[in-house]
Design a protein around this ligand. Structure first.
Ligand code: ADP
Ligand code: MG
Length: 238
């Protein structure tokens, strides 16, 4: 509608795909529970950033999303907030032996940042987060995986190694995030990322976030995402 188009224009957001939900300019419209609302408030966030305004309702509607927005635009929360709800919605939440959500990032530093951000919310819901990356103590990583977790934050190579060692499995993964997808390609993780995708469930929801959109990322998006909504903030990726 004209109203939605005007809203997107004001936010500097472009959304491509069929039946894309209306962006939410206030946290109140996200439909989050009181705990989540308090956690957001406590961080002093006044309103959703443009990528959050369009991506959160789209992800919560169950759609696959390609989110393209510059560094510092709040992409992490755009996939972490809906992830919490996705996990809580699983009927067999505490019964499986592998994670429900996998968040992939190209570097140890990014994994640690995403992990810290995720725990900020997860701990209030008894959602367990395992963080696995190259260079970290493999013994510790195997232990946290085997103790049980609903979320795994990982660099691709280390996660593949741990799957091969049967420290975890991705058979119940229904929420997969490829964060900084452009950098994952630049760093040569394409094959590992593809292999991880093949370990997850075919009926998963897949989200791809990136600061720049390149040919190789486009190719992966076509293979790994189903009827995605493409959200572009500002002038990146155009
Ligand atoms: P990106 O992944 O796009 O580079 P981040 O998710 O790392 O960005 O977020 C960048 C910064 O913005 C973080 O410090 C984060 O806490 C902050 N932030 C996230 N959402 C909001 C918001 N709605 N309002 C204000 N600051 C926010
Ligand atoms: Mg980021």
């Amino acid at each position: 509608s004209a109203e939605v188009r005007e809203l997107r224009r004001q936010l500097g957001v472009e959304a491509t795909g069929s039946g894309v939900p209306k962006p939410c300019v206030s946290f109140a419209y996200f439909g989050f529970d009181d705990v989540m609302m308090q956690l957001i408030q406590r961080q002093g966030f006044a309103q959703p950033t443009p990528i959050q305004a369009q991506a959160v309702p789209t992800v919560m509607s169950g759609r696959d999303v390609i989110g393209i927005a510059e560094t510092g635009s709040g992409k992490t929360a755009a996939f972490v907030w809906p992830m919490i709800k996705h996990i809580l919605d699983q009927p067999d939440l505490k019964r499986g032996d592998g994670p429900i959500a996998v968040l992939l990032a190209p570097t140890r530093e990014l994994c640690m940042q995403i992990s810290q951000n995720t725990r900020r919310y997860a701990k209030h819901y008894n959602i367990r987060v395992a963080t696995v990356y190259g260079g970290g103590s493999r013994y510790e990583q195997v232990k946290t995986l085997k103790d049980g977790c609903e979320v795994v934050v990982a660099t691709p190579g280390r996660l593949i190694d741990l799957i091969k060692d049967k420290a975890t499995n991705l058979r119940r993964v229904t929420y997969l995030v490829l964060d900084e997808a452009d950098r994952m390609f630049d760093m040569g993780f394409s094959l590992q990322v593809n292999s991880i995708i093949n370990h997850t469930r075919p009926d998963r929801q897949t989200l791809l976030f990136t600061a720049t959109f390149k040919k190789k990322v486009e190719k992966l998006a076509r293979q790994a995402l189903r009827n995605p909504v493409r959200i572009v903030v500002g002038t990146v990726g155009k």
